[in-house]
Unconditional design. Structure first.
Lengths: 300, 806
């Protein structure tokens, strides 16, 4: 049968403060409605039944992309996926989140879904989580008592669960300016481009010539929460990554280590063992691609 | 009550502005369908995956099923209806709306894969449901990666709203859990332990077993259970059963199609189908949700009908996607279709709305009908159907006075203890209103030139002798050799009329799809020997002795002859290799036949049958592949009836001679079950849009759309029985108890429960046979003891039940 939405009360605050007050004062189950692509789906499937929806899309100023003085970016939580996909500000300095946007769902979903929604939904395969982890992003959480900045690494604590308090709203994502030699990439493996990731990886390397001073490897869909593969990262720190055999062996070992640090489950889409293989493949490919990009730039 | 608060909203749709007051839980799509009556913008998956509901909102494409209507306030909405107004078929522009993202739907190995080394586009047909939409398969590197709608050939190509064929086929073809080699059971039946064996060992074992049983207990001791045909496998299995000499062959026809086919045959000589070559002025969907499930009147035709200002009547206990568009939605009590048609006939006859020429010159028995209808009370019809009398009258008047009118009955009227008389009365209604064999009405078909299935099944050479298993019961079933499942389970369990010791199942999952699953389970456990051919492990396969890995459509050359748009034949070319050691069912049966000593009636290679089937056309299979399809003819020969009298037989002496009521009578039509104190609700179900019957619960795309089995109740019923939306609630009948997840629906009658059919859980352990007892609606259904005397049908809709919190 068709599944319409369950019944609910609709509230439409026009400020963050009002939204937080409504969240704080709610006796019954309440949910925040941004793009709604995840929430409304769960509601139609009767797996989530909030009886009050707080539509935050009328709150002004939450969908802007702004450069700050230090060269970082502040992206409003209501920025749509398609706006991220199209933004020059994001693309030129932070390619990984833009690559994630480009492979998220369908055009219709991208026009509707938001960055804040993707993060607050806190799926193990949240597309933006791995890129933001590699960028050291922080999330502005606004509540009745004030605001706080939560590092991305601390934001998602379990599948579907974040550190947001009952009265808090995620209002902004801050991307700090990256050092000069930073290069990032996001790769997703899924059966179809529009499908949920079976495995995903974001990588960021900071290179001075062929010396890797820092590496960040963030993995998605292969653990309860997106996470950084710190052991794999450590293998790259301080290493020279030229085109020689030793470097290639190192990259391969890093890819295998990243796979070993994952603990994916078996589900309908894939077996865990296969997902681990995919992580090794994605990390290996991503590293080669980042190094290759540097080579091409240097040659040009 | 805060939940009921309405909000003001201004909607601008296709240039029209409307100020409305709406409940917040309505989506933009709900309003577009129900208030703006859009027919091309459809509800498919409901969760933004399929794109069927796409609209442009302030210049951006969005899925209107995920847009709360309040979010559309003041925005400019443009839909497919405006952009493709007047276009007859499915067009590239609509496809671009639904799938704007070129390539996003292609199944590929990696999102960052470089170019492929080989790619081709091949025209074929979807085999997932009876709609058989024409498609363009995209094959890359030996894998089917996508199935686009075929916009070139002029064949019907608008895929089901949910696109389940498009999503399912690439996933099943490459699924991680496909059965890849033959296996035999290790340990006790149902333990879930298997050992790989070779094809030779498998087929030799099966043949030896079957022949031994034939020698010791007669060929009838070996049974075949068949599901809905996709290609020639059904025909091969029937041919094998004939050559082997067993009448113990179960197919779904007893609860799907047999009743209405017989009804048509006895009324006007043969069954009829809706004429989709001409637009009717009115279309009735009776127990059929044609927007989603099809096999008859196409969704493209519904769209054209509504665009042309035609009328739509839907008879259904649920407000289906099709019902939402209807001019008249008849919300009948489940199971009361017979009482409803009696009332409608009464109005047509007594208000003299029938076609005079047809009745006076081309019918027999009209006076008897008129005389009997005097005894039918419209107030009693209202009481028995829960349909207000004035709606019964409106239905009758609209249908009888709007010409031409087409009417399609779906599964529901075929799944009642009085299905034959009910569909017979509906046939009479068609006939006396003069809608038979007129353009835009319901027409007989002239067969396309291919071998008759009955001939392929070798029914003349080896008369089936269904009487052996049926006695003198269910005479229509005897004629068609399509035995009801309960007859076979009885033969297995009670050895009545003879013992059945072994069974082979193809295309079917009886433990989930036959009524009374507990009884079916006992029967399957009692069999000495069971063989199942399958794509995946299922609850039925879990109880087998030998499981054979089946190749699927697109993995071998195939002909689809059943059911299509009634009696067409289609080429389903081989597109990819079958994985592992999978064999097509046709090959399995052909090779088994040889080992059974029946090679004289089979072939060296099963592919040879393809040419044989096409022989009457003068084409070989290879030639036919270019042509792709042969469709039946429609001659619109008015007043040519293949009955003994040459007329419409409202009263049939032939039926009387067979011992059945010659004309539908109120006492035979009014047989719906009544709620009781113990079971105060009536249970019905419907085909779930997301799946194909009991199949594909392990296909990720589909399981994402519908992860749980849902049961629906009116909010008042939920309050009355203290059950909460979102919770798993128990549904119980005299037969048993299951649980499904509760959703509340104000469009239902508060006395009705709509549960979902076909649920089992591939992720549960094999040793539990994949959770077949948890949510499977056939734990609740009876397998008798009341039967339709002519077809062996039982009532599967409108079963008294209760619900409670678990």
């Amino acid at each position: 049968m068709l599944l319409g939405l369950p019944e609910f009360e609709w509230l439409e605050p026009d400020s963050v403060a009002e939204a937080c007050a409504l969240l704080a004062g709610s006796a019954e189950e309440t949910a925040v409605l941004a793009g709604g692509t995840d929430l409304l789906t769960r509601m139609k499937q009767r797996r989530a039944l909030p009886r009050r929806l707080i539509n935050i899309k009328k709150i002004p100023g939450l969908d802007r992309i702004v450069q700050d003085e230090s060269g970082g970016l502040r992206i409003g939580a209501l920025t749509t996926i398609s706006a991220i996909e199209a933004s020059h500000l994001i693309g030129r300095a932070f390619p990984a989140p833009q690559q994630a946007a480009a492979v998220l769902g369908t055009a219709q979903i991208r026009n509707t879904g938001t960055l804040g929604g993707n993060l607050a939904n806190a799926s193990p395969s949240a597309e933006f989580a791995p890129p933001l982890l590699t960028l050291g992003a922080s999330l502005r959480c606004s509540g009745s008592a004030g605001e706080r900045l939560v590092p991305m690494e601390q934001f998602i604590v379990a599948p579907g669960k974040t550190v947001l308090a009952k009265d808090e709203l995620l209002t902004e994502v801050r991307l700090p300016a990256q050092p000069a030699g930073a290069r990032g990439i996001y790769l997703k493996h899924s059966l179809r481009r529009m499908d949920v990731a079976i495995a995903s990886a974001a990588l960021l390397l900071i290179l001075e010539g062929d010396l890797c001073t820092e590496a960040r490897i963030a993995l998605g869909a292969v653990a309860p929460v997106p996470f950084r593969a710190k052991q794999a990262e450590a293998m790259l720190t301080g290493q020279r990554l030229g085109g020689d055999a030793r470097a290639r062996e190192l990259l391969e070992a890093v890819a295998q280590m990243a796979a070993a640090e994952s603990f994916p489950i078996d589900d309908l889409r894939a077996y865990g063992a296969y997902r681990k293989k995919l992580i090794a493949m994605l990390v290996g490919k991503g590293l080669l691609s980042l190094l290759d990009r540097g080579t091409r730039r240097a040659a040009a | 009550m805060k939940l009921a608060t309405k909000h003001k909203v201004r909607l601008k749709v296709n240039g029209e502005t409307r100020d409305m007051e709406v409940a917040p839980s309505r989506t933009l799509l709900d309003v577009l369908i129900e208030d703006f009556r859009l027919a091309k913008t459809k509800e498919g998956c409901s969760i933004g995956e399929c794109g069927a509901c796409t609209v442009s909102m302030d210049g951006k494409l969005v899925c209107s099923c995920l847009v709360p209507v309040l979010d559309a306030d003041g925005k400019r909405i443009v839909t497919m209806e405006q952009l493709t107004a007047g276009e007859a078929g499915f067009s590239s522009l609509r496809e671009a709306f639904i799938h704007p993202d070129e390539g996003a739907r292609r199944a590929r190995n990696s999102a960052c894969a470089p170019g492929t080394s080989s790619a081709s586009e091949i025209y074929t047909f979807c085999h997932v449901c009876a709609g058989h939409c024409s498609m363009k398969a995209i094959v890359e590197d030996g894998k089917v990666v996508d199935l686009e709608p075929d916009m070139e050939s002029g064949l019907f190509a608008e895929q089901c709203a949910l696109n389940k064929g498009r999503f399912t086929i690439p996933e099943v073809l490459g699924h991680k859990d496909r059965l890849l080699y033959p296996q035999k059971r290790v340990g006790a039946r149902g333990e879930g332990r298997w050992q790989r064996i070779s094809w030779d060992e498998a087929l030799d074992t099966i043949a030896a077993k079957f022949n031994t049983l034939k020698r010791d207990f007669g060929p009838e001791s070996v049974a075949f259970g068949l599901g809905e045909p996709k290609g020639m496998e059904f025909a091969f299995a029937q041919r094998l059963a004939s050559a082997f000499g067993t009448p113990s062959v179960v197919t779904p026809a007893w609860c799907c199609g047999n009743a209405k086919a017989m009804a048509g045959a006895f009324t006007y000589g043969t069954r009829v189908v809706c004429d989709d070559d001409h637009l009717p002025a009115l279309f009735v969907a009776w127990g059929a949700n044609v927007n989603h499930t099809t096999g008859g009147f196409r969704r493209e035709t519904v769209e054209r009908l509504l665009e042309a200002g035609g009328k739509l009547i839907v008879v259904d206990p649920q407000k289906t996607d099709t019902a939402r568009l209807a001019d008249l939605w008849i919300r009948l009590k489940p199971g009361s279709d017979g009482a409803l048609i009696a009332g409608v006939l009464k109005v047509i006859v007594e208000e003299e709305l029938f076609d005079r020429d047809t009745v006076l010159n081309w019918s027999v028995g009209f006076d008897k009908l008129r005389e009997h209808l005097v005894t039918v009370s419209l107030d009693e019809v209202e009481r028995q159907t829960w349909v207000p009398r004035r709606q019964v009258e409106r239905f009758a008047r609209l249908y009888a006075t709007t010409k031409p009118a087409a009417m399609q009955t779906g599964n529901a009227p075929d799944q009642l203890v009085n299905s034959f008389q009910t569909t017979r009365a509906i046939s009479i209604m068609r006939a006396i209103c003069g809608n038979i064999n007129i353009p835009g009405g319901d027409v007989t078909l002239t067969r396309a030139p291919y071998m008759r299935p009955g001939s392929f099944f070798l029914l003349s050479k080896y008369p089936r002798n269904s009487g052996k298993i049926l006695g003198d019961k269910f005479k229509f079933t005897q004629r068609s050799a399509l035995v009801p499942s309960h007859v076979l389970t009885k033969a297995i369990l009670e050895e009545d009329p003879y013992p059945v010791k072994a069974a082979m199942f193809i295309l079917t999952n009886p433990l989930v799809s036959w009524p009374d699953s507990r009884e079916t389970h006992r029967a399957l456990m009692k069999l000495d020997f069971t063989v199942v051919s399958e794509l995946f492990m299922t609850p039925t396969a879990a109880l087998a002795d030998i499981v054979l890995p089946a190749a699927w459509c697109m993995e071998h050359e195939e002909l689809g002859y059943w059911p299509g748009w009634y009696e067409e034949i289609r080429a389903h070319p081989k597109l990819v290799d079958a994985p592992g050691e999978c064999w097509a069912d046709t090959k399995i049966i052909n090779e088994l036949a040889k080992r059974l000593g029946l090679e004289a009636d089979f072939w060296k290679d099963d592919d040879e049958a393809l040419d044989l089937m096409l022989k009457p056309s003068g084409m070989s299979y290879q030639q036919f592949k270019q042509k792709r399809t042969l469709r039946p003819g429609k001659e619109y020969r008015r007043h040519v009836y293949g009955t003994p009298s040459g007329k419409i037989e409202i009263h049939s002496e032939r039926l009387e001679k067979m011992g059945y009521a010659p004309m539908p009578l109120w006492q035979d039509l009014n047989m719906a079950a009544q709620p009781s104190d113990e079971f105060p609700l009536l249970l019905t179900n419907a085909k779930e849009e997301a799946y194909m019957l009991s199949g594909f619960k392990n296909v990720a795309s589909l399981r994402t759309i519908r992860p749980d089995p849902i049961v629906e109740l009116h909010p008042d019923a939920a309050a009355r029985f203290a059950v909460q939306e979102g919770q798993w609630v128990a549904i119980e009948t005299r037969g048993g108890r299951i649980k499904q997840r509760l959703s509340l629906n104000r469009n239902l009658d508060p006395r009705v429960v709509v549960a979902t059919f076909g649920w089992w859980y591939p992720e549960q352990p094999a040793s539990s046979a994949y959770g077949w007892t948890d949510s499977n609606i056939n734990m609740l259904t009876p397998s008798g003891p009341d039967y339709d005397p002519s077809t062996g049908g039982i009532t599967l809709r409108g079963i008294p039940c209760r619900v409670f919190a678990t």
